[in-house]
Unconditional design. Structure first.
Length: 214
């Protein structure tokens, strides 16, 4: 998310959706790599040590912080804004987002983000448990279903990124939210088999993850 913000500050508005969405799609790539690492480590290392190996593998990307701190500069728009505030004697900092001129945007953007995050984790955490316990579906814990879900997420990120520039972010948010709502309703109300669940993993990842590109 931090990388997406940095890119958004550097890219022209008409290409911003595609650029930010492309960065956001790396989340699905990392998810896929972590799944592959899980299978590989547990196949090669004893179970009592495997989780420790995965823990340290997961910590390795944090070393990029050292490179970022030394080599990545703040975007020009940030530096110019900060300099302008200093020249006019205005304060800068976190509390500026609560000023009267931007308070409405802050509140509604926060509600939007909270709703998206809450819906995503409620569905991805609660829905599989519900379907497994109530519908006796066994495909949910398989590697095949996970990869379908990850691929759907990756495709959703890229598609939403393109649509954000073509339709506008507001329309794209509405489209993906409505489709995700319809999909979850189908999951919970219609009779679903393991085969159908495998296929539906793609649109579930597509709409639930893709909305974040905006």
């Amino acid at each position: 998310l931090v990388g997406s913000v940095l890119i958004a500050e550097m890219i022209r508005a008409r290409h911003r959706g595609k650029a930010v969405g492309l960065v956001q799609s790396s989340w699905a790539v990392g998810w896929g790599l972590s799944a592959v690492a899980f299978w590989a480590v547990y196949a090669l290392v004893e179970q009592q040590y495997a989780w420790r190996v995965l823990f340290w593998l997961g910590a390795l990307p944090a070393l990029f912080i050292l490179y970022i701190r030394r080599n990545i500069s703040e975007p020009a728009v940030y530096r110019e804004t900060k300099a302008q505030l200093a020249r006019t004697g205005q304060s800068s900092g976190f509390w500026l987002i609560f000023k009267p001129g931007v308070l409405r945007t802050t509140v509604f953007a926060s509600l939007l983000a909270t709703g998206m995050q809450g819906a995503y984790y409620a569905v991805t955490t609660w829905l599989p448990t519900y379907l497994k316990m109530e519908r006796n579906l066994s495909v949910l814990g398989t590697s095949g279903y996970l990869m379908v879900l990850i691929f759907g997420s990756f495709a959703g990120y890229l598609t939403s990124a393109w649509l954000s520039d073509r339709l506008g972010r507001r329309r794209c948010f509405i489209l993906f939210a409505v489709c995700a709502g319809v999909l979850v309703t189908c999951y919970t109300q219609l009779p679903i088999t393991d085969a159908a669940m495998m296929v539906l993993g793609f649109p579930l990842g597509f709409f639930l993850s893709g909305i974040f590109s905006g």
